[in-house]
Design a protein around this ligand. Structure first.
Ligand code: FMN
Length: 186
């Protein structure tokens, strides 16, 4: 797939088939992530993968409980109160795989570097015919010390990008992208 086409056609995917994503493909996506630029070439990323459906369900359930309990600290999430209370809502949309990009405490731009890696993963997934979606809801819960410890994530690592991956069950709707606001062009 041509790069510009991938950039323009990638959409967040929230409906997945039951089909699993094989290990070689996930490795290929992570390798694509590591091709991202990073400040001073520090490459401050690490990755974790969850394909265990029961574990994804458990994290989804815990994420909703956590977000409901802490919603007063995040008023911008108020509009999601109802779905957080909905037992049917799965924060990972029943996707068969979750690739987590984690920032190591190295360099001055670890979070930005990892975001670039995450975008590579999403574009590469699209180029391979797979769907993806960054799950910010889980980013919040996964960064709690309790969940990090339980999952075996070093406490000095920060979860930057939990990205679900899978085979799209349907085409995502087009999204209106705003025209760029130009501050100046001297
Ligand atoms: C930092 C970040 C967090 C996001 N968190 C969520 C999320 O928790 N759940 C979700 O369904 N989509 C999430 N998204 C996807 C956005 O809703 C999506 O990118 C946006 O609506 C634009 O659609 P597009 O990705 O198809 O261009 C997130 C995206 C980003 C960049």
């Amino acid at each position: 797939m041509e790069l510009m086409e991938a950039i323009y056609k990638r959409r967040s995917v929230r409906f997945y088939t039951e089909e699993t994503v094989d290990k070689a493909t996930i490795e290929k996506l992570i390798k694509a992530g590591t091709q991202a630029p990073s400040a001073m070439n520090v490459q401050p990323w690490a990755f974790a993968v969850i394909q265990d459906k029961a574990l994804l369900q458990k994290i989804s359930d815990e994420t909703k409980v956590y977000l409901l309990a802490s919603i007063s600290e995040r008023p911008y999430l108020e509009c999601y109160r109802q779905i957080f209370g909905d037992p049917e809502f799965h924060v990972f949309y029943n996707a068969p795989a979750l690739i987590i990009t984690l920032a190591k405490p190295e360099g001055a731009y670890a979070s930005g570097d990892c975001t670039l890696a995450a975008q590579n993963i999403m574009l590469a997934a699209h180029a391979l015919g797979l769907g993806s979606c960054w799950i910010g809801f889980a980013q919040m819960s996964l960064n709690t010390p309790e969940l990090k410890e339980r999952l075996g994530i070093p406490k000095e690592y920060t979860i930057v990008a939990p990205i679900i991956i899978g085979h799209p069950a349907k085409t995502s709707p087009d999204i209106n992208k705003k025209e760029p606001e130009m501050v100046f062009w001297k």
